[in-house]
Design a protein around this ligand. Structure first.
Ligand code: URA
Length: 246
């Protein structure tokens, strides 16, 4: 027996939090009875579980990483009709959705899945999966400014946790720098706001790694399936906060 919201998330219906909302909204039935109590348990092998009248299936789990181009929305739908990340994924019938978000103007490594538990584990604030970005910024930040980012900096929603920050490239003529920054949280527009706080506007932002996974030479707009080792490594990291030993 498992909690209903966990069964629904594992069946790829949505994230666990969204599944809880579906239960509370009276959209979930177990053996013909509407269930609105969140702790309710069911047996996914024996019970007939429906969402909005449709039986859930235990779908094959899909785990994809893509190189999101800038100018694309990290969302499963856009009412304004802009390009969305799933427009780039072809030939997959399962309903996959992004794990966390990248801003419209941010490019780079984005995970997509239909495994709600996996998405939940990797985006939950208590799990601290490291994410590395290359930030091209206006001006050349002073070392003491980078130290502030390393130590944690005050943003309007609180202090950031310590980040790893290094110069990657400095272009004196263009008056720009590329900084490698690894953060362990996932607040909204966090990297852009951290650089705003040291008065260096981000002009290009690219995520190059997520946990152990590296974007490497995956071309912009393309994607690949993760290997089972890569999926396991991400799950372990979310559980233990540790990277796989190389
Ligand atoms: N930080 C940002 O500012 N934007 C992103 O898309 C991701 C992290």
């Amino acid at each position: 027996m498992e909690r209903l919201q966990k069964i629904l998330a594992q069946a790829g219906i949505a994230s666990r939090r969204k599944c809880e909302e579906l239960i509370l909204a009276g959209k979930v039935e177990v053996n013909g009875e509407t269930v609105t109590v969140l702790g309710t348990k069911a047996d996914p092998e024996q019970d007939i579980i429906t969402v909005e009248g449709k039986p859930i299936r235990n779908e094959k789990k899909i785990y994809i990483m893509m190189n999101k181009p800038k100018g694309v929305i990290t969302s499963a739908k856009d009412p304004a009709g802009r390009k969305i990340v799933t427009d780039y994924i072809k030939g997959i019938k399962e309903r996959i959705y992004p794990v966390g978000r990248l801003d419209y103007d941010t490019e780079g490594l984005l995970l997509l899945t239909n495994d709600g538990e996996f998405a939940n584990m990797l985006t939950h604030p208590k799990h601290h999966v490291p994410k590395t970005y290359l930030a091209t910024v206006e001006g050349i930040p002073h070392g003491t400014d980078l130290d502030k980012l390393r130590a944690g900096i005050q943003l309007e929603d609180g202090m950031t946790s310590p980040a790893e920050v290094e110069y990657k490239d400095i272009d004196i003529e263009k008056n720009e720098a590329v900084i490698t920054i690894t953060i362990h949280e996932g607040r909204n527009r966090q990297v852009r706001r951290m650089f705003d706080a040291i008065s260096h506007k981000v002009i290009r932002l690219k995520r190059v790694s997520f946990g152990d996974l590296q974007l490497d030479n995956l071309k912009r707009g393309l994607y690949r399936h993760l290997t089972s080792n890569e999926v396991e490594a991400l799950k372990n990291m979310a559980k233990t906060g540790k990277k796989r030993k190389k």
